[in-house]
Design a protein around this ligand. Structure first.
Ligand SMILES: Cc1cc2nc3c(=O)[nH]c(=O)nc-3n(C[C@H](O)[C@H](O)[C@H](O)COP(=O)(O)O)c2cc1C
Length: 243
């Protein structure tokens, strides 16, 4: 993904401001929050490709090149279960392939249970330092076992052991219990040995039906463009929205 952006784009991205445009008085956190306000910038959403995934790759490359942004591939995943209860958490984007966005997790976790009931999810990339946000909506499906195993094999040993140790989202009596479980798995598969992929661990690929780009602009006249398609086989349509 690197190298997609022109140098000037990267320079603009790196010069992202983190200052507040209102001075904060010592009047308590409520007043401070109310006074937090930034002036948004110079970069606009002008030359738009017909394929929103191409634009995503450009923005991801810019975020990854931006020293201020920590974990550019971190995204907020929201799910709704069968009763409509919404839950949200951060996961890491690990691949863009077959027209979708892949993350890895525990297939018994709360998020995976929600996806089993309702596969429609959203992914939100909060690149605040660049005055940018991308929201992807789509269907999440488990990737193939082979794909999950291929990725698991590339993980550091301690992360592999951690995946065996954690019963993600289940109540845990104490920190010691977690560390004992880690120890048990580490003894079974010592460092240097091949750690098998846990059966409860793997990836989900989100096939997008909507991708919305938001770029902060001056005077709150932000750019907001949403690509939408009726199905994965349909063409993308692009629409600008009031910010
Ligand atoms: C920066 C960051 C990255 C994370 N990446 C992942 C991830 O890739 N996969 C994952 O399962 N959990 C990840 N987590 C933990 C999740 O946010 C969450 O706590 C966990 O998956 C349990 O969520 P659930 O109970 O809703 O299923 C990450 C958390 C943070 C803060």
């Amino acid at each position: 993904m690197k190298g997609v952006l022109a140098t000037t784009d990267v320079e603009i991205a790196l010069s992202a401001k983190v200052t507040l445009d209102t001075s904060m008085k010592e009047t308590g956190i409520r007043a401070e929050i109310s006074a937090m306000r930034r002036s948004y910038g110079e970069v606009g959403l002008d030359k738009l490709p017909t394929d929103p995934v191409t634009l995503f790759e450009e923005w991801m490359a810019a975020a990854a090149a931006n020293e201020i942004i920590v974990e550019a591939n971190a995204m907020v995943l929201s799910t709704a279960d069968g009763s409509g209860e919404i839950t949200t958490r951060t996961v890491l984007l690990k691949d863009i392939s077959l027209g979708g966005f892949t993350f890895f997790t525990n297939y018994s976790s709360r998020k995976a249970q929600a996806i089993a009931m309702n596969s429609q999810v959203t992914l939100l990339f909060p690149w605040y330092a660049m005055e940018r946000q991308v929201i992807i909506s789509g269907q999440a499906d488990k990737i193939s076992r082979e794909e999950s195993e291929n990725y698991f094999a590339t993980r550091p040993w301690s992360s592999q052991i951690g995946a065996w140790a954690s019963v993600q989202s289940a109540p845990l009596a104490s920190r010691e219990e977690l560390e004992m479980r880690f120890q048990g798995a580490a003894e079974k598969w010592p460092e240097g040995s091949v750690v098998p992929t846990p059966p409860h661990w793997g990836g989900f690929r989100v096939i997008p039906d909507s991708i919305e780009y938001w770029q902060g602009r001056y005077s709150r006249l932000h750019d907001r463009i949403r690509y939408h398609r009726a199905s994965a086989k349909s063409d993308w349509e692009m629409q600008r929205y009031f910010p």
